[in-house]
Design a protein around this ligand. Structure first.
Ligand code: SF4
Length: 257
């Protein structure tokens, strides 16, 4: 089976346990104003970004680092764009990885029909899923689509796939969702879920600016500063104090009261 791959990165430490190979796929239904990989949004190859590969070719790349997975408890992470835009291709990669004993993780917005999630769910060890903005209208304003499908998919997935480890992530963006009331609504949603799920706050960054230049697109948040570590710690601390027993992690520190 063939799919469109943006790039494959070896040796990541931030996308699951241990050393990981991250496979970035092309295509995404959202258009987040802060997107750091605008070259991943279109499913087509554009401006030299992306290439068609078979799932076997991707597996060959993943297997090159098998020795490091073994020693570091690492594995493969499928990311995007939104990997589930190519759910059949993602399924093939995850399924083959599991078959040869490689730990699997998926990073997803869950902004897809649940049937696409069902295709890959049996082959995921760890799921990283975003709740980018809790207020539906704000989500629509800043990403192009509402969040009702995402929240519904998260609730259902947690019930139907109890063996998959799940982490919910929030990219914290000044002027968009860096607001304690907005973040508290997300924290309460997470605390209210049917099982224990940690919440991770990720600070907004501007690493994607160069990609916008290469694509000839304007970067909508070019004047938005990244939050400081102090601001991130204070937000995480405040959320954890307000929502009892919810572990809130940011910048390699976890707050729980
Ligand atoms: S979901 Fe991710 S890849 Fe898609 S537009 Fe948003 S930030 Fe970019």
């Amino acid at each position: 089976m063939e799919g469109t791959v943006l790039r494959i990165e070896q040796g990541s430490l931030h996308d699951g346990t241990g050393l990981r190979t991250v496979v970035y796929l092309k295509g995404c239904p959202l258009r987040c104003a802060w997107c750091s990989t605008p070259e991943s949004q279109s499913k087509s190859i554009e401006n030299g970004f992306g290439q068609n590969m078979t799932s076997d070719e991707v597996i060959d790349e993943i297997e090159k680092d098998s020795i490091f997975y073994f020693h570091s408890n690492g594995g493969v992470t499928i990311s995007g764009g939104e990997a589930l835009v190519q759910a059949d291709f993602t399924r093939e990669i995850l399924k083959k990885s599991k078959y040869i004993g490689i730990n699997t993780a998926l990073e997803s917005s869950f902004c897809v029909p649940y049937t696409e999630i069902q295709k890959v769910a049996p082959f995921i060890d760890t799921l990283f899923v975003d709740v980018k903005i809790f207020t539906n209208e704000l989500h629509k304003k800043w990403t192009g689509l509402g969040n009702q499908q995402i929240l519904k998919n998260i609730r259902r997935f947690l019930i139907e796939y109890p063996n998959c480890e799940v982490r919910i992530r929030v990219p914290v963006i000044p002027g968009i969702n860096m607001d304690i009331m907005e973040l508290l609504m997300t924290a309460c949603f997470v605390a209210d879920l049917d099982r224990f799920v940690p919440l991770e706050l990720l600070p907004y960054h501007r690493y994607g600016m160069h990609s916008y230049e290469l694509l000839g697109k304007e970067y909508p948040l070019k004047d938005t500063p990244a939050p400081s570590p102090k601001e991130m710690f204070e937000l995480a601390d405040q959320l954890a104090r307000t929502v009892p027993h919810l572990p809130v992690a940011t910048l390699a520190k976890t707050f729980i009261y």
